[in-house]
Design a protein around this ligand. Sequence first.
Ligand SMILES: *[C@@H]1O[C@H](CO)[C@@H](O)[C@H](O)[C@H]1NC(C)=O
Ligand SMILES: *[C@@H]1O[C@H](CO)[C@@H](O)[C@H](O)[C@H]1NC(C)=O
Ligand SMILES: *[C@@H]1O[C@H](CO)[C@@H](O)[C@H](O)[C@H]1NC(C)=O
Ligand SMILES: *[C@@H]1O[C@H](CO)[C@@H](O)[C@H](O)[C@H]1NC(C)=O
Ligand SMILES: *[C@@H]1O[C@H](CO)[C@@H](O)[C@H](O)[C@H]1NC(C)=O
Ligand SMILES: *[C@@H]1O[C@H](CO)[C@@H](O)[C@H](O)[C@H]1NC(C)=O
Ligand SMILES: *[C@@H]1O[C@H](CO)[C@@H](O)[C@H](O)[C@H]1NC(C)=O
Ligand SMILES: *[C@@H]1O[C@H](CO)[C@@H](O)[C@H](O)[C@H]1NC(C)=O
Ligand SMILES: *[C@@H]1O[C@H](CO)[C@@H](O)[C@H](O)[C@H]1NC(C)=O
Ligand SMILES: *[C@@H]1O[C@H](CO)[C@@H](O)[C@H](O)[C@H]1NC(C)=O
Length: 691
Amino acid sequence: MGCLQPAALIFFLVLLLPSSSSLPLCTNSRAPVTLKAPLTFCPYSASSCCNATEDAAIQKQFNSMNITHSSCGSLVKSILCTKCDPYSADLFTIGPNIGIVPVLCNSTSSLSPAQDKKDATGDFCSQVWNTCKDVSILNSPFAASLKGSAVVPASSSRLTDLWQSETDFCKAFGGSANTESVCFNGQSVSFNDSTDITPPKGICFEKLGNGSYLSMVPHPDGSNRIFLANQAGKIWLATVPPQGSRGTLDFDESNPFLDITDIVDSDTELGLMNIAFHPNFTNNGRFFASFNCDKVQTVSCSGRCSCNSEVGCDPSKLGLSNGAQPCQYQSVISEFTANSSSSSPSQATFAQPSEVRRIFTMGLPFSGHHAGQILFGPEDGYLYFMMGDGGSEGDPYNFAQNKKSLLGKIMRLDVNNIPSASEINRLDLWGNYSIPKDNPSADDNDLQSEIWALGVRNPWRCSFDAERPSYFFCGDVGQEKYEEVDLITKGGNYGWRVYEGPEVFQPAKSPGGNTSLNSINPIFPIMGYSHSSLNTKFGSASITGGYVYRSSADPCLYGRFMYADLYGEAVWTGIENPVNSGNFSSSMLPFDCAKNTPIACDHVQGSALPSLGLIYSFAEDNNKDIYVLASKGVYRVVSPSQCNYACPKEKLSANPSPPPSSPSCSRGKYEKLQMKLMLFLSCLIIFFGSF
Ligand SMILES: *[C@@H]1O[C@H](CO)[C@@H](O)[C@H](O)[C@H]1NC(C)=O
Ligand SMILES: *[C@@H]1O[C@H](CO)[C@@H](O)[C@H](O)[C@H]1NC(C)=O
Ligand SMILES: *[C@@H]1O[C@H](CO)[C@@H](O)[C@H](O)[C@H]1NC(C)=O
Ligand SMILES: *[C@@H]1O[C@H](CO)[C@@H](O)[C@H](O)[C@H]1NC(C)=O
Ligand SMILES: *[C@@H]1O[C@H](CO)[C@@H](O)[C@H](O)[C@H]1NC(C)=O
Ligand SMILES: *[C@@H]1O[C@H](CO)[C@@H](O)[C@H](O)[C@H]1NC(C)=O
Ligand SMILES: *[C@@H]1O[C@H](CO)[C@@H](O)[C@H](O)[C@H]1NC(C)=O
Ligand SMILES: *[C@@H]1O[C@H](CO)[C@@H](O)[C@H](O)[C@H]1NC(C)=O
Ligand SMILES: *[C@@H]1O[C@H](CO)[C@@H](O)[C@H](O)[C@H]1NC(C)=O
Ligand SMILES: *[C@@H]1O[C@H](CO)[C@@H](O)[C@H](O)[C@H]1NC(C)=O
């Protein structure tokens, strides 16, 4: 079977797009800011996509329209002010009116019962038509959809001059809130409130393997194969058994796909932290390993120290114990190839342990908090690299808030365009990569160019929602009080160490100074748990972020984001309600081991509760099934009936899992196209949205 032709695909995508960026997101792709004072013209006082300058510009635009009819005037004002709405990105990306007029709610059915102000929330699109149809408006925004046609009136116009009828008008500007989009009802952004927020009865796991791994990623060919990696530095190619087959993970432990244990330094917080396969791996054979090395032990382990004068840190004053050297441990991303061992990368069963190139190297101030996950963005194809604050209690050097430091950051690198050595030098990069043009540094010169988001402590496991790739979740490990889940957006500041979770944090030591509360616009966690709420046997808390569940095996988990505490005694899932709102609520769920588990689970001593061991990581395969990688083995989420958890949505007769997606029409191509379209659309938004 072949792929759709690009032209057909683009046409198809235009119809589907923009499915949803949602979250609260502004037209500049960034999260809204918290206002220090209410806006004077537009009715926003807490969170907004406008600052005072932009608010004033809207007032000016409104005044220049010279609308004498007061009811129509206030409707037009409310419409112009949606540019300041925390959901402006969604309001302005639908239909032909990109960036000019928001989607006007044209049906009452989408409204939640809470919104009972009938006149204002009813059929807003017809209300606008009926109120304004005979009112003259200078430079009318409602001429927007006529762009491209010759009749763009420069002067005064009435809606009836521009549109034949209410139907035509509402065809162009109307829309309703559904699971994919939001609309404006005259007062606030309206969501389709149809989420079932009842938590599932529990999560049912089967045990598929005995080994302990930190990383698992699906084979990019879409098959039922995965790559598993352990902390010491071995990567295996394994096959996952079909759901319900009672099979186990199938691979030969003595025959790894790659063994780089000799260059990896493995210890409690050090080791092979993650692996990532290029989206086009099946053609180019490229894959990447993120690991730690010790420059005292390994010659190839050398790089610039992250504690340096540019970030106000003196390596000789780090106060290291046990005779450790400053930046003795490095965080490294290396590229490898699966080319040579077979005719095509998909057929490769092993790779040469020699590096193709070193993508990134950075010396670490201490030995902790250097996350190390690497993930290719499903929409943009860039490599996201999670980096912690570098360790030591309370980020004493305030690295996470330091815009010049790469510690405490989420980075975004382009590994498809590798500059020359002299260019790397000129741009002051930390390795063989380039900077995506739309990284946030493009409009914030103070920001080091690699940075995508800042203010994280130790982002331990992030994922993109397979259904809605603009939802980028990270579990971020807390210090003393709060473990958080963040929704990562461009340029977002997640608060550490001004805040720990939602609370102000007081550092015990601050040789690197402090960042004042007022100088940042933190984005607070969407979910999480406080240490005091964890009434567990082993105490201590450290979050392990997971995935939005998108498999069919447990329909009651569908759409829920899973996360756990490292100590393996607590698992939560959270759901967004209303859909697209970015408002999540979560609850802790019981879990159990399936009746049919191929390998028996351990139990907590003197209890019927299964003991999974320490939960290091979650993983997702090509079927979107979710796995837990724990110290005692590999577990997969199975149908809830296998643990006697009632789930009314589960069809109990036959429960076949869908076959893995066909490798012949790779998702990569579709996503590249989608990415181009998104870029194109955001250009349009920027163009039309500027005033
Ligand atoms: C307001 O926002 C615009 C666009 O983001 C920015 O250029 C400008 O500097 C901001 N003004 C203030 C006073 O923050
Ligand atoms: C605004 O409208 C009033 C009343 O219709 C009119 O007298 C005035 O000339 C208009 N101003 C501009 C700038 O068109
Ligand atoms: C809300 O979304 C659900 C699921 O997509 C859909 O069935 C329903 O019709 C939507 N409701 C409205 C009012 O659009
Ligand atoms: C509402 O808007 C949609 C999308 O523009 C349109 O297809 C539909 O016909 C409109 N419905 C009504 C009742 O106007
Ligand atoms: C896993 O360990 C259990 C208990 O030691 C053993 O019975 C089983 O055969 C092992 N299974 C696999 C697939 O290694
Ligand atoms: C994937 O790799 C092949 C072979 O190198 C190349 O022809 C193709 O353009 C690449 N596709 C993308 C989307 O980069
Ligand atoms: C692997 O093969 C692809 C496709 O032939 C080629 O583009 C790439 O340069 C090769 N990589 C290496 C490291 O040889
Ligand atoms: C780029 O990769 C080459 C080959 O691995 C390596 O020798 C070089 O040091 C790397 N450059 C940087 C700046 O890391
Ligand atoms: C930073 O803040 C902490 C807690 O508020 C305070 O104790 C400390 O003195 C401050 N450090 C500096 C360098 O201002
Ligand atoms: C957020 O979700 C909770 C729980 O589902 C709900 O009670 C609350 O009303 C929601 N908030 C908003 C602003 O929709």
